[in-house]
Design a protein around this ligand. Structure first.
Ligand code: SF4
Length: 542
């Protein structure tokens, strides 16, 4: 049995293939690795073509002032277990990494079975799990870093390849999608979705190779950017991490069964034990063969490790481990480092819940100051399907946070947050504290100013929307958010808190220097969708 939304080539694929060339020819000269100026010169046609239509209008006030999480991937090989149920709960633990869609694919050794839904993992029903039989599974929870939120873009993708069925879930963002699109077009391969992740699945489907490992070794050098993958064939679960190791991927064990997950919290939630990270450039195959049932292969050599710093600062759950580091303790140390750099005269320290709580606690302990919960968060506001009316929308952050005047009244308050992106939340928060009676509001940020967009799997905002890019200096930001003082943790302080080799991290959003070339102007999450739309056939008679 195969579900109706299995990712197979649709009937009109040939028609789309025939017409993928219109903009493709315009893009033929675009080059990964070009400087922004060089790239602008080659992409004017594309940009002017894009400017004629707005794909999605965004009300900045409605957008959370945080980078949006990337995606979460999970895989388990567990004969005799209910692998669909294990995957469901694995994804549940990774829900913070994506709330737009969720999907599970299982195998019974002969065939793959797929279910995908828009929305939270909990949109899965008991009947869905009953239909997902088998002894191995992969799952995916998505926030769209490329492509819009449509079921076609939900993962894992399921494709037919030269070795049979293959399912793929991807966390990250490729930075050379236009080149890959051109390659697929040359090979007469059409896409059913507007996601870079499907490109990887389609490239693997047609790649030469007698095994999935040989196919991966062929395709990986063609991919640029960030990718942590889980793959499922009829007889194996596979984990792959890009040579930079931008996004996390961990291996764990549940009794005798192997699991792969974006974060160790998913492994431990199921009662398993985290064993190690998948190394950058490594391919892990779990097929039950041999003594261990798990095999490691070189995928593509790693020349430079570049883990995402924001996983440590904010994205990943504090109960996850990365690179043998507890993220909770790392965040506490960020607060301690901040206390070395910034010491306003305050009565009480509070954190913006929940992500800044460890840093706020670390700060307070380092300075011997009282820590209190000055803001209480409504954790369910994002989960409601009832839209607030205009009057309620105007309440803004008040719908999400309530300030505790019993803690704040008459006090000089230091509020710690982990980052400021657009600045749309922090100013109302400062006002909320003042309205609750705080006499002074100082602001400490446990990361450096976020000045540049992320092209590697996180949806943050364009440069012009980033407050630290838009305004000339920290003093201008302080004035805009109306704080009494403001300090960002230095990059050195952040690195000291993480306590790993500085050269093994991506610092692109802080410095503008990315670990790999990026197609700057087309790195918007909808760009691939726009390109594909422009490649659609023109209406007859147009
Ligand atoms: S640019 Fe920033 S958010 Fe993106 S991968 Fe690098 S460190 Fe992470």
């Amino acid at each position: 049995m195969r579900s109706a939304d299995a990712g197979v080539t649709s009937g009109d694929a040939k028609q789309r293939r025939d017409h993928q060339g219109r903009l493709g020819r315009m893009l033929a000269t675009s080059d990964v690795g070009a400087t922004p100026a060089e790239y602008s010169a080659t992409s004017d046609d594309v940009k002017s073509a894009m400017s004629v239509e707005t794909v999605e209008s965004v009300d900045a006030e409605d957008e959370p002032d945080r980078p949006r999480e990337a995606c979460g991937v999970f895989g388990v090989y567990a004969p005799g277990e209910d692998v669909a149920r294990l995957t469901f709960f694995g994804l549940f633990a990774l829900q913070h990494r994506g709330q737009e869609s969720a999907g599970i694919v299982t195998t019974d050794g002969d065939q793959l079975y797929q279910k995908r839904h828009l929305g939270l993992v909990q949109t899965f029903r008991e009947e869905d799990l009953m239909e997902l039989s088998g002894y191995a599974a992969i799952g995916h929870t998505r926030y769209s870093t490329t492509g819009s939120n449509r079921i076609e873009n939900a993962q894992p993708y399921l494709v037919d390849g030269t070795l049979g069925q293959l399912a793929l879930g991807h966390n990250g963002n490729l930075t050379n999608t236009l080149n890959l699109l051109d390659e697929l077009t040359r090979e007469n391969v059409a896409l059913d979705s507007t996601s870079d992740s499907e490109m990887i699945a389609r490239l693997l489907a047609i790649a030469p190779g007698a095994t999935i490992v040989e196919k991966l070794q062929y395709v990986m050098p063609k991919l640029q950017g960030a990718y942590s993958l889980t793959l499922l064939t009829p007889d194996a679960v596979i984990g792959v991490r890009d040579p930079h190791g931008v996004r996390p991927l961990a291996i764990g064990k549940l009794h005798d069964h192997w699991m792969i997950a974006s974060e160790t919290c998913a492994i431990e939630t199921l009662g398993g034990v985290a064993i190690r990270d998948v190394e950058p450039g490594e391919i892990i195959v779990i097929d039950g063969d041999g003594e261990d049932g798990l095999h490691s292969y070189p995928g593509q050599p790693s020349k430079q490790r570049a883990s995402c710093l924001f996983e440590y600062i904010y994205f990943a759950r504090p109960d996850s481990m990365m690179n043998n580091r507890s993220l909770y303790l790392a965040r506490q140390r960020m607060g301690q480092q901040l206390a070395q750099e910034y010491r306003p005269n305050v009565d009480v320290v509070i954190g913006v819940p929940d992500s800044a709580t460890p840093a706020a606690q670390g700060y307070a302990v380092a300075r011997g100051l009282p820590y209190a919960e000055g803001l209480v968060k409504n954790r369910y506001i994002a989960r409601t399907f009832i839209q607030p009316d205009q009057r309620l929308r105007q309440l803004g952050v008040k719908m999400k946070f309530n300030a505790l005047s019993a803690v704040l009244r008459g006090k000089s308050v230091l509020m710690i947050d982990d980052s400021i992106v657009r600045g749309t939340t922090v100013r109302p928060l400062v006002k909320l504290l003042r309205d609750a009676g705080a006499e002074e509001v100082h602001l400490g940020i446990s990361s450096p100013p976020f000045r540049h967009p992320c092209y590697l799997g996180l949806d943050v905002a364009r440069s012009a929307e980033l407050i630290a890019s838009r305004l000339p200096d920290v003093e201008a930001i302080r004035r805009e958010v109306n704080a009494d003082s403001l300090h960002y943790l230095s990059l050195d302080g952040l690195m000291n808190a993480i306590d790993l080799d500085h050269d093994t991290f991506c610092v692109g959003c802080f410095t503008g220097l990315y670990p790999m070339p990026v197609q700057m102007d087309l790195a918007d999450k909808f760009s691939l969708e726009q390109v594909l739309r422009l490649r659609e056939p023109e209406p007859a008679g147009a």
